[in-house]
Structures are given as C-alpha cells and as structure tokens.
Design a protein around this ligand. Structure first.
Ligand code: CP
Length: 333
C-alpha cells in the first residue's frame, strides 16, 4: 500500500516548512518573533495567484473543522474575511451575534464560549471592546482563539496583512520608513503594526496630535512626531488610522475641522513623501477627515489590496494554528 501524499501536494499548493510554528492561539504580535511573522507572510503568499488575487478553489486543509466568529463589536472586513478564509480551507463557519444571543439574559462570555464549544468548535475568532478578552478565553477554552481586535490593545491579523501588503509592493520591510498617522491612542491596529514592523527592521514614525499619542510610546522603538509634513517627508508607506469617535471619552482635539486642517492627508501634502509612497488604511475610512477622496482613491492607495490580502493572511493563520492542533492531537468535542 502506498502512503497518502501530503495534503499540500494533493491540492497543488507548495507550502514552506511550517514545523517552526508552535502556537495554538494568536492573541497579539507582541510576543510573536520575526521568524514566525515571516512564516505567516510566506504561507499567505502561497494562497495567492500570480495576478494578486487569492485562490478561489476549495483547499482541503480544514475539512471537518469548525470556526466560530464571536464578535461583540461591529466589523465588515475582519469577520467576513475570516469566514471566507475558513470556507476556502473547507471549514464550517458559524457567525455568533452577541446582541441577539442569551448574553442579553445575563449569560457570561465564558459560558457562551463553552456552549459554542460543546457544539464542536475548533477555532474561536473573538472581537471585544475589552482588552484581554481573547487571552481570557484562550486560558479557559479548548479551541484555538484568534484575537480579531480587543479594545485598543491588538489586532494581530490586521498587523500581518498590513506588513504583507507593504512587502508585496516594496519587496522588503527592512529600512522602510513607515508612518502611522492619526489616532494612535485608541488604535489596536497601530500597536500590532508597531510590534511587527519594529521586529522586522522598519523605521516606524508615529504622528498625530499630542493628545492622541501615549507619552510612553517611544519605548516601543518608534520615532514620535507631531507635525504631519515633517513626519511624512521621504516616507515609503503612510498607514492612516481612523479617528475613532466612538472611543473618544473626552475632547482630545478641538474639532474635526481642526484635525482635518492639521492631520488630514491630501494630494498636496503627499508631495513631500517618496514619489512611490504607499497609502494604507485599515478601514473603515472617514473620508474628508483623516484622508481626502483623491488620496483614498488615488494611484498610491492600496486600501482595497489590503482587504484582498486579509483573506490570504487569515487562511495562513488558520492553516498554521490547525497544524499545531493536529500535532498536539486536538480534535473537536
Ligand atoms: N480593519 C478592520 O478591522 O475592519 P473591520 O472593523 O471592518 O473588521
């Protein structure tokens, strides 16, 4: 009898050696090494086609597995791309809506997760306004937990897809000048970008009003700049952040009008950056506030490419976590 061929050969995907990955959960990029980050990016590359799209054929890697999207905050990109990524890898997907669940009758988040798990989940993708919620779940459940954004703490798959998109367009991350511009204080995207980019050798500059940049941020190895024109001079990449009006607890800047005047990115202002500067934004975009229409839709913008790459990155993360689960002999209950 001949031995079964590895799945990678059956479906004609040639993947890198993934044995170095030993994580069951993905909770943030703070404690993920440069080598692990590069492995995720390289696996994601294998799920793309030469024309930049993500493979649409059903790959068998997660056949028989179930992913649950457990979102306590709204989402368009993250929730749908996890669903699509899981389905492209042949998993079943369940979308849980907190507002219509028994949590409205007082059931705790842990009891809720255990109910879901009792029905046979392998992956729980969690978004919550409270930092640390995915870590808490990971400590108590049997499934693999993926942080899809916890308060202003981390959004690791967004950080990974941002780095993937930068590398795809620039060919490298090392020595790139990456400016993260806007509401750093409330941004989990900024933190995951900073952890990842500094490990991979990029020069990270954060820019925004003093009130929207934590005073100790420089300790993470970034340059802090409060003036837009100075910050974006010779920039390779500008990653803009949304002004998170829903998280503003007090008046941290005088008005939207003043913010736009001082920090809104327009074509005119872009002139001091490098001629091939990349414009990125995790979305959703406040058009006419942090970014003008002509920049958001202009030739430098890769905002929609980021969304496409999000599917490949989430496929890679699910693939790697599943490999570790199989290595540990974990099966859904
Ligand atoms: N970037 C991001 O997290 O977008 P969503 O809120 O739409 O998921």
């Amino acid at each position: 009898m001949t031995a079964a061929a590895p799945a990678a050969e059956i479906c004609e995907v040639t993947l890198p050696d993934t044995r170095r990955w030993e994580r069951k959960h993905l909770l943030g990029l703070q404690d993920v090494s440069a080598e692990e980050i590069l492995l995720v990016l390289n696996v994601a590359q294998c799920f793309k086609t030469p024309n930049g799209a993500v493979r649409r054929d059903k790959l068998p890697f997660l056949k028989g597995k179930t992913l649950v999207n457990l979102f306590f905050e709204n989402s368009t990109r993250t929730r749908t791309s996890f669903e699509l990524a899981a389905k492209r890898l042949s998993a079943d997907v369940l979308n849980f809506t907190a507002s219509t669940s028994s949590m409205s009758k007082g059931e705790t988040i842990l009891d809720t997760a255990r109910v879901i798990e009792a029905m046979g989940s392998d992956f729980i993708v969690c978004r919550h306004s409270c930092p640390g919620t995915p870590d808490y779940l990971a400590a108590h459940v049997w499934s693999s937990v993926i942080n899809a954004g916890d308060g202003a703490h981390e959004h690791p798959t967004q950080g990974l897809l941002d780095m993937f998109t930068m590398r795809e367009h620039k060919g490298r991350l090392e020595d790139l000048k990456v400016v993260i511009l806007g509401d750093i204080l409330h941004s989990r995207v900024a933190r995951s970008n900073i952890w990842g980019l500094t490990k991979l050798g990029a020069h990270v500059v954060v820019c925004g009003p003093k009130t929207l940049i934590p005073p100790t941020l420089y300790r993470l190895g970034v340059e802090v700049c409060y003036h837009l024109d100075e910050a974006i001079k010779d920039a390779d990449v500008i990653n803009l952040l949304r002004i998170q009006l829903e998280r503003q607890q007090k008046n941290l800047f005088p008005s939207i009008r003043e913010y736009r005047h001082l920090y809104g990115l327009t074509d005119k202002r872009l002139g001091v950056a490098k001629p091939d500067v990349l414009i990125m934004h995790p979305g959703p975009v406040n058009r006419g506030v942090e970014i003008s229409d002509e920049v958001a839709d202009g030739p430098h913008s890769v905002i929609t490419r980021q969304v496409t790459n999000g599917v490949a990155i989430r496929m890679a993360v699910l693939y790697l976590l599943n490999q570790e689960r199989e290595r540990l002999g974990l099966r859904s209950q």
